[in-house]
Design a protein around this ligand. Structure first.
Ligand SMILES: [Mg+2]
Length: 99
């Protein structure tokens, strides 16, 4: 991983703990941008706000990929596994949004 990928990993699960806290923080930053759109932008997504949301999603994605690596799986594996789970759930409830 890149220069920015250094994080504590001395104890078992320490890397996973660190990354879990980090991704939670990034999801919070995303939510904060949505809050600012509601509070400061009249409930609209301005180009600047949309750009900020894109940046925060990138941060979330970065940590998601790091967590996958920590768990020894690829992001593609997780996507396929989740699709299979949703397909099975959708089949059991007869379609619709089942996430
Ligand atoms: Mg961020």
């Amino acid at each position: 991983m890149s220069e920015g990928s250094r994080y504590p990993r001395a104890a078992p699960l320490e890397g996973l703990q660190y990354l879990t806290i980090a991704i939670s923080g990034e999801v919070g930053e995303f939510a904060n941008e949505v809050k600012k759109a509601l509070r400061d932008d009249g409930g609209e997504l301005t180009p600047m706000r949309r750009d900020n949301l894109h940046a925060e999603l990138g941060d979330v994605l970065w940590y998601l990929v790091a967590i996958c690596r920590e768990l020894g799986v690829s992001l593609e594996f997780i996507i396929k596994k989740n699709k299979a789970k949703l397909d099975q759930r959708r089949a059991s409830v007869g379609g619709g949004n089942v996430c």
